[in-house]
Design a protein around this ligand. Structure first.
Ligand code: APR
Length: 172
């Protein structure tokens, strides 16, 4: 089980092997952390996203799956793009959110990344409540057999940091 570290900060500044992007299925960028990563990482990331769409995901990257590109100008060597579920009160999409973490770590193992930083996937534009997303994300990561030695959750705002801190305290 990888060491889990919580950081209150900007994921684009993290010095890790791979950072995970909360993308949308188009992989063509967006707002939030997606926008920050493309802005900071530069056009090389989008160029590889275009190739991913052309070669492997003509219909778009499905929710819960993950795909890797260069980190471009970021300190991280790679960006692992994953598409979180949009929150629904009617339908339980927790398995899809867990899959984002499991699949991202599977891709990390494929490329040999040993340190991986996650944002709080789906908790922004996609509306997932932090008190549901935080324990879900932590238990998904804790349940994975992986060669990754350190997983960071990089939380941009205080509310997200506190939600993950509470969930981590309850998990240990
Ligand atoms: N570093 C770390 N976390 C960040 C950063 C950053 N630079 N910028 C935003 N966040 C946080 C948000 O505060 C939120 O807690 O990332 C979390 C996820 O929010 P979003 O980026 O809105 O992602 P998500 O909710 O998964 O929605 C994805 O938003 O940006 C679009 O293209 C993206 O359509 C996709 C959708």
């Amino acid at each position: 089980m990888p060491r889990i570290v919580l950081i209150h900060g900007d994921i684009t500044e993290q010095d890790v092997d791979a950072i995970v992007n909360a993308a949308n299925s188009s992989l063509m960028g967006g707002g939030g952390v997606d926008g920050a990563i493309h802005r900071r990482g530069g056009p090389a990331i989008l160029e590889e996203c275009r190739r991913l769409r052309a070669d492997r995901y003509p219909q778009g990257l499905p929710t819960g799956q993950a795909a890797v590109t260069t980190g471009g100008r970021l300190r991280a060597r790679w960006v692992i793009h994953t598409v979180g579920p949009v929150y629904s009160r009617r339908e339980d999409r927790s398995a899809l959110l867990a899959s984002c973490h499991i699949e991202s770590l599977r891709v990390a193992d494929q490329i040999g990344a040993k340190t991986v930083a996650f944002p709080a996937i789906s908790t922004g534009v996609y509306g997932y409540p932090l008190d549901e997303a935080a324990p879900l994300a932590l238990s998904a990561v804790r349940g994975v057999t992986t060669d990754v030695v350190e997983v960071q959750f990089v939380l941009f705002d205080r509310a997200a940091y506190e939600a993950f801190e509470l969930a981590l305290s309850r998990a240990t």
